[in-house]
Ligand binder design. Structure first.
Ligand SMILES: [Zn+2]
Length: 563
């Protein structure tokens, strides 16, 4: 069966509620482990069915945000998901309090209990209405961005359609493309500010109702973090400032010399080379076919996986009018299918999708036989290790996609380093915002600009909105997934470790990686790192060693190939 034939049926929420109540009773009144276990198995089926329909509706809604049917279905899930949370939580509570804990831990491991504990800290029925408001606000943000129709170069383009101009060789084109993007955000400045302010207020209200001082601690629990807290993260950001910002400065200094632009402006930063950034070859179908060749050569497992994706048409790759922005990978347990969504625009980003999102899809494909739905995906910072490391593992095949393969690899590696200061900027901003929810819209923008100056001294703006601190409107995570963004940076520094290991010993590095993919979400972040023989990024020194190696790699790179 192909994706287009996957049948959508709106879940019957009243039935699900009844079933969950019944199963909760069964667990509470069980006189044997078998009874508890049977109830859990039934719950897994309900969860899989509901989750699959929610994913299917969401995929089809993002593929065409103007399709009224799936828009309604998306609204349906926005409303019922928080309602059902109470029933799922009661069931989890019953598992948590079961007198058969010993047998349960033996069968399912202890992680589920730690997760339930964290989960219990994030929900009370009193917050249902607020959660619904929160969902609607994030959907509103997505729609506002997707509504963009920007006139440029004689065309009418959605936001992702501008990316190629932002990397154009002609400085004037880059500058006017940045202006065009900023004009859209400036025109809607009040709306973006308002949506965000309402989000901050509703999240703060939720936190207070749950007994927290503000949203920060709750935000960590909502991310399912059981291993680390905001203090450890603050210390990690400090290390980025110390060890990565100087290297990022050096990377832009080299770029400035290479491109003969002595006064680098924000719109110059993505022009890595004077002769333009390497662009991928071929049509979307050709790129997918090359990816298939690549994954067959990389390993038996990745070959099988990619054939499955192609056979079931589990991709929607091209940018289209009305399509939501960005890219993601999701999973539908009912059909055991990952799905990859993106907006191809003929930049190197297209190939990042075929490696990054495919890395996510490969991991979920590897762990799809997990005994519990919670064990399929790990927490987000661990998820991104699979995807970002896949970007590095596929370096030997980049010649299939690019003529200027050295330029591609150098740009990819250096981008992965300069990304880190940006990632911690997004994170620190949110800590400031949620610690002081009473800040005004202008104070928030000023705070963003101040943090940005600290971590990215090389960002020099000519645009008024950006100079006032308005860059973050475009960073969807700030709106929809608070405190998520740091996870990308944590994963990135782990992926850098895989890059170094891959150079030293490919077989060993791949074994560790495949092992990590198969573990899925059965362990926590720090436990997974141990299993994969990766260093803990919260520990002093782990960053120093990797960054030194990367700096040497940059120093030794034959720069005559970078024109
Ligand atoms: Zn990802």
């Amino acid at each position: 069966m192909k994706f287009k034939d996957y049948e959508y049926i709106r879940p019957n929420v009243e039935n699900i509620k009844k079933q969950l109540i019944q199963l909760t009773d069964n667990i509470n009144n069980a006189v044997s482990f078998e009874e508890v276990n049977n109830a859990i198995q039934e719950y897994v089926l309900i969860d899989n069915e509901f989750g699959s329909m929610a994913s299917l509706a969401s995929i089809r809604n993002t593929i065409n945000t103007q399709d009224e049917f799936y828009e309604q279905e998306q609204e349906f899930f926005d409303t019922v998901s928080p309602e059902l949370a109470e029933y799922f939580q009661n069931l989890n509570l019953a598992i948590y309090n079961s007198k058969f804990r010993t047998e349960l831990v033996e069968k399912y491991g202890s992680k589920i209990f730690r997760e339930i504990e964290v989960d219990l800290k994030t929900f009370k029925p009193e917050i249902i209405e607020d959660l619904q408001i929160e969902n609607k606000l994030t959907t509103k943000y997505d729609k506002l961005k997707a509504s963009a129709q920007i006139e440029f170069d004689g065309k009418v383009l959605p936001l992702p359609g501008l990316s190629i101009y932002l990397q154009d060789k002609d400085r004037n084109i880059r500058k006017s493309a940045e202006e065009a993007v900023c004009n859209f955000y400036k025109e809607h400045e009040d709306e973006f500010d308002e949506i965000y302010d309402e989000l901050v207020q509703v999240r703060t209200r939720i936190a207070k109702k749950l007994g927290y001082e503000n949203f920060v601690e709750l935000g960590y629990y909502r991310m399912g973090r059981t291993d680390y807290d905001s203090k450890m993260v603050a210390n990690y950001r400090e290390q980025i400032l110390k060890h990565v910002v100087p290297l990022a400065n050096k990377i832009y200094q080299l770029q400035s010399e290479r491109t003969n632009i002595s006064d680098l402006k924000s719109y110059d930063l993505s022009l890595t080379y004077l002769n333009g950034n390497p662009l991928p070859k071929g049509t979307t179908d050709e790129k997918v076919e090359k990816a298939r060749v690549m994954y067959h050569e990389l390993s038996k497992e990745t070959g099988e996986f990619f054939d499955f994706m192609v056979e079931h048409e589990l991709f929607d790759l091209d940018s289209k009018k009305g399509k939501a922005g960005g890219g993601y990978c999701t999973y539908m347990p009912k059909w055991r299918s990952p799905f990859i969504f993106s907006n191809f625009n003929n930049t190197a980003g297209d190939i990042d999708v075929l490696t990054h999102e495919a890395g996510h899809a490969f991991q979920v494909y590897c762990s799809r036989d997990a005994i519990l739905p919670n064990y399929i995906w790990p927490t987000m910072e661990s998820c991104e290790i699979h995807s970002m490391s896949m970007e590095f593992f596929t370096y030997p095949w980049m010649n299939l996609f690019f003529d200027d393969v050295d330029k591609r690899i150098y740009a990819h590696l250096t981008d992965s380093i300069t990304f880190l200061p940006y990632g911690v900027t997004v994170d620190e901003f949110q800590h400031v915002v949620y610690s002081k929810p009473e800040m005004t819209k202008e104070e928030r923008k000023a705070a963003w600009r101040e943090i940005e100056r600290k971590y990215s001294p090389y960002k020099v703006y000519e645009n008024d909105l950006l100079e006032r601190g308005g860059w973050w409107y475009r960073q969807g995570h700030i709106f929809s997934s608070p405190f998520y963004y740091i996870d990308y940076t944590l994963a990135q520094v782990c992926a850098h470790q895989f890059f170094v290991k891959d150079i030293e010993n490919h077989e060993k590095a791949w074994q560790d990686y495949y092992h990590l993919c198969k573990l899925g979400g059965s362990k926590t972040f720090l436990e997974l790192l141990k299993e994969a023989h990766l260093e803990n990024p919260f520990e002093d020194g782990s960053l120093t060693k990797t960054m030194n190696t990367l700096e040497k790699w940059i120093d030794n790179f034959d720069k005559s190939k970078l024109n």
